[in-house]
Design a protein around this ligand. Structure first.
Ligand code: AMP
Length: 451
């Protein structure tokens, strides 16, 4: 099967070819024909499967082939949980639409709304947005949903986790009832099923991998180690193996900062990315990581969700997540797009229960190793794992980002700016780098491939 066989137009095929894609990924092969026929889709797909092109290409084709009024009302809306994901999806939209007469933009919180309002007022065919900022802009009458034909919910499970369900429903209430709906989610909880049932009409189910399965080419490795020696172990592995691009996960924002400082002190370039960092700092850290200016990106679960970092060879779980599904999300960053990857976890005695729950979810035992000189001596009793994401919600989670409260807080940080000012001025201004703020798809020079 080729992209041409899927029925995509020459202008889209040219852009896809320039991206270097030789054939459609399984999700693209399965979803694109249905989307082109105007069907609603319920797709189980994680980041790394090519889902963004899976919905963007057919939607662009639809937009470019249908007539629209001169003032360009908004006709396709992509909702994403985080600013970073919004920026990445927008980058893709721009790249795939570079030979089409399509206007695109992105809006999210944490940056000034003025430019976004100006862009929206000029008319936009397809908009990528986080829900909170989008509602703020709608309240300010900067955008109308009355002509939306296609609604895409990207990483819907994460949007629910982050407390966006009311915002999503509100946005939808302003849309015409007759429209196409595409819902993408990595997991299918009852809440997702409920959301889907309320939005989708006779959806076609598209599945690429069994639910909660991890990418096939990922090897899992557990290092049993004392809690207080984890940093030492990380430094040793990174230095001995000369790893140049590692994504490391901590459970808390404080933990991410502390680990980053220790790595830097050990001479390893690193940056942290989490909900307390300003948008400018997060964008910069991600950019530096992608460009290999820094070797290590230390992230919390929410901050890392949806980041497009292709061909990432190593992911280290410095601490195991207490929600087993988060393990699946974390290691979705490695072994992507057909490349092999290694998911390494540092497990201390307190975390054995978390490991058991992860193994149950994966239906697979994780291979455990003890490194010489790092033999564990701790006997602290294991902490109880949250067997489902939901169980951890609402629990006080010492500085962590997994609880519903902190998720909501994070959601507010992510999207609402009318009441909340960014702690620091964004590093970029205007219509600028890596699509980090809103811009006109057609006006800027085609963006450079970043990897
Ligand atoms: P996504 O799951 O949409 O975040 O995409 C993950 C990565 O796969 C991105 O870097 C895409 O550029 C890349 N990608 C998407 N479709 C294809 C394809 N058909 N062939 C190769 N790479 C692809």
């Amino acid at each position: 099967m080729t992209f041409k066989d899927l029925g995509l137009s020459d202008s889209i095929l040219k852009a896809v070819e320039e991206k270097g894609y030789t054939k459609p990924s399984p999700i693209q092969e399965k979803a694109i024909p249905h989307i082109l026929k105007g069907k609603d889709i319920l797709a189980s797909a994680q980041t790394g499967t090519g889902k963004t092109a899976g919905f963007t290409l057919p939607v662009l084709q639809y937009l470019s082939e249908t007539k629209h009024p001169k003032y360009r009302p908004l006709r396709a809306l992509v909702l994403t949980p985080t600013r970073e994901l919004a920026a990445q999806v927008y980058d893709n939209v721009r790249e795939y639409s570079k030979y089409l007469n399509i206007y695109s933009a992105v809006v999210f919180g944490g940056v000034k709304a003025t430019k976004q309002i100006a862009t929206l007022k000029r008319g936009v065919d397809i908009l990528v947005a986080t829900p909170g900022r989008l509602l703020d802009l709608h309240d300010q009458k900067a955008v109308s949903f009355k002509r939306v034909d296609v609604l895409i919910l990207d990483e819907a499970d994460r949007m629910l986790d982050m407390g966006f369900v009311r915002d999503i429903n509100k946005i939808i209430s302003f849309m015409p009832a007759k429209r196409q709906n595409l819902l993408f989610s990595a997991t299918f909880s009852n809440d997702i099923k409920k959301l889907a049932a309320g939005i989708l009409r006779n959806p076609v189910s598209v599945e690429t991998a069994p639910q909660n399965s991890t990418a096939k080419k990922v090897t899992h490795k557990v290092y049993k180690v004392d809690k207080k020696r984890k940093t030492e172990l990380a430094i040793k592995l990174i230095k001995d193996n000369n790893w140049s691009q590692v994504l490391m996960f901590t459970r808390t924002k404080h933990g991410a900062n502390k680990l980053t400082q220790k790595l830097i002190k050990a001479g390893i370039s690193a940056a942290a990315i989490h909900g307390n960092k300003s948008q400018g700092a997060r964008t910069k850290a991600l950019k530096n990581f992608k460009e290999n200016t820094i070797k290590i990106l230390v992230a919390t679960d929410i901050a890392a969700r949806g980041l497009d970092i292709p061909l990432l060879p190593h992911v280290i779980n410095y601490e195991l997540p207490n929600v087993p599904e988060d393990y699946v999300h974390r290691i979705g960053r490695t072994g992507r797009a057909g490349a092999a990857g290694e998911a390494i976890s540092f497990v201390c005695s307190e975390e054995t229960e978390y490991q058991n729950e992860i193994e149950k979810l994966l239906q697979e035992k994780l291979k455990s190793t003890i490194l010489e000189d790092f033999e564990p001596t701790d006997t602290a009793p294991p902490k109880r794992a949250a067997t489902q994401s939901k169980k951890s919600f609402g629990k006080k989670n010492k500085g962590g980002e997994n609880s519903r409260d902190s998720n909501k807080k994070r959601a507010a940080e992510t999207s609402s700016t009318s009441k909340r000012k960014p702690k620091r001025k964004p590093h970029f201004k205007g219509n600028k780098p890596n699509g980090a703020t809103s811009g006109r798809g057609r006006t800027g020079a085609p963006k450079k491939k970043r990897f």
